[in-house]
Design a protein around this ligand. Structure first.
Ligand code: 13P
Length: 261
């Protein structure tokens, strides 16, 4: 089993004082947990303050999106260079809310992914089907298309710096989590795609996270599946108690509350 990776996507929530308050409670709550990697992705405006607040902790910083150019006349956009500059190690790309509300395509997401990797950011690629697509039995086909097109032209070395997040759109913010079985079925399919494209030894090492209504009371069952390496958490990541509980419950019982390494 890999070391679990739990990522909090704060979406468009939290002013700077609110973000600092939240991270301080999270810091206190997770300081005893050694065997889990934790990333928080606040809005752009809180990145600098959080970068400072998490210095000397095991928590890492991520952004929720970025432009693919390094700099230029792109009013309102943020570049990979700027994310590195503010202390990000991760960036979420292709979230379904970006695809839906900002009309992002797989082609654009692919450009962003290439740019992220060029700047040594870990790209967290979100893929997943809508309810309509699942009901039409097209979930696997849709996920394969997003996988193929968003990761086009990536080398085997580069894919190791990508995290894949399977986020079925029908499970996001709805309280309707995919069952552990549905999750494992899709994750093992994604693992197969990785192994086919990049070879087994590389494919096995890539992290595949699940996202969509992850809560303290369903994370353990999800993590119990062999191809679930962690979670991308939305709503439950902006409440300190539930995020701390998710991180705790993501670990096997014997590792919960283990001494700091
Ligand atoms: P919820 O956890 O609020 O369903 O959101 C999931 C998500 O979109 C994470 O990126």
């Amino acid at each position: 089993m890999k070391r679990p990776l739990i990522v909090g996507n704060w979406k468009m929530f939290k002013t700077i004082p609110e973000a600092i308050n939240l991270i301080n409670i999270i810091k206190a709550g997770i300081h005893k947990i050694a065997d889990c990697d934790i990333v928080v992705c606040p809005p752009f405006t809180a990145l600098a303050a959080l970068s400072e607040a998490i210095r000397d902790t095991k928590i890492e910083l991520g952004a929720q999106d970025m432009h693919f150019e390094t700099e230029g006349a792109f009013t309102g956009a943020i570049s990979p260079l700027m994310l590195k500059d503010v202390g990000c190690r991760y960036v979420i790309l292709g979230h379904s809310e970006r695809r839906q509300h900002f009309k992002e395509t797989d082609e654009l997401i692919n450009k962003k992914m290439m740019a992220a990797l060029k700047y040594n950011l870990v790209g967290i690629l979100c893929i997943g089907e809508t309810l309509e697509e699942r009901e039409a039995r097209r979930a696997f086909e849709v996920v394969k298309q997003q996988f193929d097109q968003s990761l086009k032209n990536l080398s085997a070395e580069e894919i190791e710096r990508v995290v894949i997040a399977y986020e079925p759109v029908w499970a996001i913010g709805t309280g309707r989590t995919a069952t552990p079985e549905q999750t494992e079925q899709m994750h093992s399919y994604i693992r197969r795609l990785l192994n086919e494209h990049y070879g087994d030894s590389i494919g096995e090492r890539v992290y595949i996270l699940y996202g969509g209504s992850v809560k303290p009371d369903n994370i353990a069952q999800l993590m119990g599946k062999p191809n679930v390496d962690g979670a991308l958490v939305g709503g439950a990541s902006i409440k300190a108690e539930s995020f701390i509980q998710i991180v705790t419950n993501a670990l096997p019982q014997e590792l919960q509350d283990s001494p700091k390494r």
